[in-house]
Design a protein around this ligand. Sequence first.
Ligand code: SAH
Length: 353
Amino acid sequence: MNCLDLRDLTRKELKAWVQALGLPGFRATQIFRWLWTPGVRTFDEMTNLSKALRTELHQKASIGSLKKLDLRVSADGTTKFAWLLTDGRIMESVLIPERNHFTLCLSTQVGCAMGCTFCHTARMGFKRNLTSGEIAMQALAALEHMPEAGRLKNLVFMGMGEPLANYENLVKALYILTDDHGLNFSWRRITVSTCGLLPQMLRLGSEVDVGLAVSLHAPEDSLRTKLMPVNKRYPLADLIAGCRQYPLARRRRITFEYILLGGLNDSVKHAEKLARLLRGIRCKINLIPCNPSHAVPFSPPTPSDVESFRKELLRHNYTAIVRKSKGADIGAACGQLYAELNGAESANCASLS
Ligand code: SAH
């Protein structure tokens, strides 16, 4: 088994590798096209390459894949995939049906180190970063599963892990996913969500043009620190100042995500504070009523509290949307991703595939 996985490479990197083998650069485009064609898994399927070249590739490199370990379909059509990785780890992605298209929620790490108290993934602890190939292959594998490939439009990096804590691999995966010789996703339809790793957030804005979502969840430091340990490192004043200087493309707005936790951060006073905090930032606010989970000690807000919170934000002229929770019945909703089989039990998982 060869360790260089060609699916980890951007087309530019693949070109350099191919040239180092003494081959012309255009071969990289041919190979890249095959690598990102749904259904292609082996070098032997790359029929416009000579037999000799296919043999050479086979000796020098490999083509990574995700093994589908489990698939659950929710009553609302949301599908959660559990993928078995080559080292026995497991991660998940969620395919969400919208009115006319699908959105895929991708993971960037196995587990997470951020320790947010309301999030199920945090309970796993941090296992490892996903490679750029593992990140991008989630889209390829979802496409292989779907009848109409064209309908997968939006990619959101809101699955397991903190995307900006795996910065290099995230950005490489973005280049792979948007390559017009590959899956050709539109930069406009990609959103990266962060708990607020400030330096990486500003770096992302200066390097690529993707949508930014910031998980806020509290309008004051004392409460936010209790919910999200990352707030000690990057307190609200710094984070919001960072959002104000974020190089936002003209057509874009920052999305702020705010989980409503019953009785904790869901009062009209909190809404008013939030409105003041974000004043002047071109943004929209997604309100996410807390998803129930047996592992986290918070309860959902009452419907009337959700409505009053939203009304207060509207009164201050914000766009505020209550996000309908999808896939909660199969543990696929926000904050519910948790690959229970990870770790010691993974040997058993391998036998399931
Ligand atoms: N680490 C990144 C990406 C994960 S995104 C981030 O924090 O943004 C997952 C989204 O689901 C985040 O907005 C997160 O705060 C939210 N979430 C986590 N636990 C939740 C829960 N129990 N109920 C509702 N939303 C939750």
